[in-house]
Design a protein around this ligand. Structure first.
Ligand SMILES: CC(C)(COP(=O)(O)OP(=O)(O)OC[C@H]1O[C@@H](n2cnc3c(N)ncnc32)[C@H](O)[C@@H]1O)[C@@H](O)C(=O)NCCC(=O)NCCS
Ligand SMILES: Nc1ncnc2c1ncn2[C@@H]1O[C@H](COP(=O)(O)OP(=O)(O)OP(=O)(O)O)[C@@H](O)[C@H]1O
Length: 230
């Protein structure tokens, strides 16, 4: 199985690229969705976060008030680290479960869309790594437009992540999303070709098909050995 890492900065265009992958039949595990699930009312993550941050981060219905928690953690690095530490085990186990489901279905190439792929040191599990890069001014404008936030909140969120230029230097493949959506689509076609080329032997061995072939070969070997020793 090939596990492609997809990352970038906030609002650099990861979800837009993810949607292209999905439209071409490549399944995507979205870490933001996993992170939302592990913070739903009554879950283990929710209990830990409420115990640490207090009930004032809850809405009337008991769910976490996400914009409020966001304002707290994106303006205070210590609180952000605390939140990351509390949720990390739930997020990584949620991502692992999603990978397992896709492995059992027999998918050979999957994409992990993880904003904090490098920060959380999950990059060692993915190859190749695709970084969606955008120039800083465009990133700021797109973030403020999408989330309808002011410049200060937007800058806080951008600064809470590893600099995008550093992420770009760690990439196997870079998508420059500063231009139009048509530009992005053109680059995407080349990326799709690269990430869906035939699996290496190691990747094949890690796929469900590879595991079944290994099991089949071992069974035949054992049967042949038994027959020969009778
Ligand atoms: C603080 C929370 C409640 C704010 O929720 P909100 O709905 O406003 O934002 P959302 O979850 O959609 O995240 C939007 C983007 O913010 C960035 N972001 C989210 N969490 C973090 C973080 N801890 N550090 C840096 N950037 C982050 C990512 O680029 C993400 O795509 C939420 O982001 C959260 O629970 N974060 C901690 C979990 C986490 O690390 N998520 C990232 C998945 S790897
Ligand atoms: N090439 C582009 N031209 C114009 N707008 C774009 C382009 N690419 C993405 N956008 C817009 O920019 C915003 C951010 O894109 P997107 O949501 O894909 O980023 P993201 O990296 O997934 O963000 P997050 O880290 O918050 O999940 C969205 O409103 C999206 O529609």
């Amino acid at each position: 199985m090939r596990i492609v890492g997809l990352t970038g900065g906030i609002a650099s265009g990861k979800s837009t690229v993810s949607n292209h992958f999905k439209a071409h039949g490549v399944p995507v595990v979205d870490a933001d969705i996993v992170a939302r699930d592990v913070l739903k009312k009554g879950t283990g993550g929710w209990k830990k976060v409420v115990a640490a941050f207090g009930e004032e981060i809850l809405q009337g219905d008991g769910e976490v008030d996400r914009p409020k928690l966001g304002r707290i953690v994106f303006s205070d690095p210590a609180k952000r680290q605390l939140l990351n530490r509390l949720l990390a085990p739930y997020i990584s186990s949620g991502i692992f479960q999603e990978i397992l489901k896709l492995w059992l279905k027999g998918h050979k190439v999957i994409v992990l869309d993880i904003p904090l792929l490098f920060e959380a040191k999950m990059d060692k599990w993915t190859k190749p790594i695709v970084v969606v890069w955008v120039d800083p001014e465009t990133q700021l404008q797109r973030l403020m437009a999408r989330d309808r936030t002011n410049e200060e909140d937007a800058r806080n969120r951008i600064n809470a992540q590893m600099p995008l230029d550093l992420k770009r230097s760690k990439a196997d493949i870079v998508i420059d999303n500063t231009g139009s959506l048509e530009d992005l689509n053109e680059q995407f076609q080349k990326v799709l070709f690269q990430v869906t080329r035939p699996l290496t032997w190691t990747e094949f061995a890690l796929s469900r098909q590879g595991a079944l072939l290994a099991l089949f070969s071992i069974t035949i070997g054992v049967l042949a050995f038994r027959k020969a020793s009778l």
